[in-house]
Ligand binder design. Sequence first.
Ligand code: AKG
Ligand code: FE2
Length: 324
Amino acid sequence: MTHIEIEVVDIGPFHTDDADARLATARAFGRSMERTGFAVITGHRVPETLAEDLHASLRTFFALPFDQKSALMPPEKVKGRGYLPMGIESVAKTLDGETPPDLCEALVFSAPHRELRGEHSRNDWPGAPTELTPLIRQWTQEMERLTRVLARISSLALDLPEDYLDAAYADPSLTLRFVNYPDQPDPPAPGQLRYGAHHDYGGLTVLRQDTAPGGLEIRDTDGIWREARTIPGSFVINVGDLMSRWTNGRWRSTLHRVTNPDRVVTGSTQRLSLVAFTNPHETWEIAPLPSCVSDERPAAHPPVRAGDFIREKIRTSMDLTVTR
Ligand SMILES: O=C(O)CCC(=O)C(=O)O
Ligand SMILES: [Fe+2]
């Protein structure tokens, strides 16, 4: 399996007052989003120790007995929050209809940043291990901060003023999804993957992957699946369907999946990903950005509200009631 070439962008200049460096950084980011729909960022200032501590604590959480984890399952089945056991989700359904369930379990938090500000929310916070909830709260703050930095990079990358998207992200929509892909003592069913082929639904996805075997694959422009390289301490950023629509197709929402580890690998193949789905506010109207429409490239879609668009995508991925 060959690797896909994804641009590595050091976003350090977005923490300085060097406007020229910021523009050059944003352009590199934008080129990558146009070419592959993916970029790898370094220089993001999310503390490495926080990422490592959270990763370790989540490993402890997912190793708890099922009864303890399932206490965090919302009463009605929703994909938007709580503990999602293995067998509930089949993400490739958004594309292919019936597919076997994904080989992962997840812990999801919906708009945790609003809860930190004291707003009402229906997230259930894990009581064990004890350090997990405080770590997720810190992670939330970092992801909210990074969401705003990414909005600024995106604005510049799309030839707009740097603060153009600030209003859309003043109160972003943010979902944290922590995913455990367990060891696979038995071979998966035919066609069954750790996470089936899918497009992300929303704005930009922020992914911290670990180096376990059986990882992220991206469908390249030639139609071939290629592995994404893992650069320690970096985040993978990718374009979701909403962002692609907002840019009138200029940025690509690329098909990706999480593949199974090779059966010949010995030892543990457990993989744990920290994912953040970052979006503009739910009520934001998504009409093609002015720099993305022209006489040659007229608007491909009518405007849509961000929240409505994403809810519809989630509905198709599961036979579930979506309540928020
Ligand atoms: O775990 C990964 O590497 C990717 C997860 C993913 O694609 C998603 O959560 O949408
Ligand atoms: Fe994804």
